[in-house]
Design a protein around this ligand. Sequence first.
Ligand SMILES: [Zn+2]
Length: 485
Amino acid sequence: MPEYSVRVDSALHELRVEAHFTVPVRTIAARSRDAHRHISNVRDCATGKRIRTRGRRMLLPQNGLRCITYRVDLRQAAAADRRNNTLSPANVVVSPSVWMWRPAIGQGSHIHVQFILEGETLVSVPWQPVPGVDNAYRLTASPENAQGVAVFGRFTYVESDIPGARLRIALLQPRSEIDDAAIAAIASWVSDAASNVTLAYGRFPNPSLQVVVLPVGGHSWSDSPVPFGRVIRDGGESVELFVDERRAIDEYYDDWTATHEFSHLMLPYIRSSNRWISEGFAQYYQNVLLARSGAYSELQAWQKLYEGFERGRKSRPDLSPNRAAARGTRDATMKVYWTGAAIALIADVELRRRSNGNESLDDVLSRLQECCLPSARTWSGQELFAKLDTLIEVPLFMPLYRRHANKTGFPDLRGLIGRLGLAVDDDIVALQRNAELARIRHAITGQKPNSWVLLKPLLDTGQPRGQARHNHVPTQSRDRCSTDQ
Ligand SMILES: [Zn+2]
């Protein structure tokens, strides 16, 4: 197992890295093409000999080596990352892709990384903490992304337990002052937004998630309280939330971005050519979960879903979902997001209808989490749908894939919308109480009290009350998504 130590000085000038390998390694590389700009003093620590780099690779001796040291100009690397533009110099965001030079990691193996921090310096990384050892992490195989986020310096670090998970929240310091009460309120909001996802199947899908909150107040693009969010899956899963820290906390609660991002974690990383599935499911759940939490009324949720389906239907009807998701396709964002949401709705209603309400998309995704999440690799859409079909008795997902993935136009929802009891007049939705599938409609978007999450595992396993296994009581307090969805 490779052992790394990473020394960080309190002025955040540089990283000093030393790595030991149990067997000689012949290939060491960084993820980012820019990594070579920031590295210096690369040496074989056994012989003291200099090692050169070319592009993203180190030029190692033919027999390999068992130990290297190198330095990374942290200031320079931070200056090249635009995420630092709105931050106080007391903390810096630098992707591991520009400083973590390492051998490939096989499935099932890992690299042990120990940070050595001076003074009040903290670190936040997507990797899994080593239990009982301060500032030590396990880096495992994962999908790759050069945007992965590491933070060094002085910022607020909060651990928040929600059912099924510990959130490791880094709230970064903006250039302007922000008071402790505001920081605490933002941390609670993060925790509440993540808790919305537990309203799907009683627990959060990733037991130990890095969340990084980047204040961007006053920046030209921050015209909403949460102007941008994304999930990054590199070395583990991270959720980045860009917030306008000048806004009142109530406005955060009216914003769907965080719930959307956290919803993404109910699926593994889907390759971008099938991203209508990942975006669509997040889009569907964002609205459903906000209704279950009480942030939206049922009517509001269905109005938003209806309007979204309409935007999707009108967006590039000449394209199939797979074609719309292909790199370089223009003006197809609504198509990508809402086709997948339509298919999630179709699947959810069908699962509920044919089981007489005993099975839902929530249950299938719960089984997916049990078997396969968080996942260390990238999945294709077909792989995911085939897997989901193994988790139910009668296939549903692959037939939907075959019917829609490569077909132009938009899934025809008119019949379904009528049977769910959504009466639409001039694009305004009304809910009909006596519709054929009104019960299913209510089961999807009806509000769930907080106690539901605590009871859910008991209901599933038939355990007596008071023996919930997965749950902790809250103690406190590159999927990209930013358009009008
Ligand atoms: Zn998204």
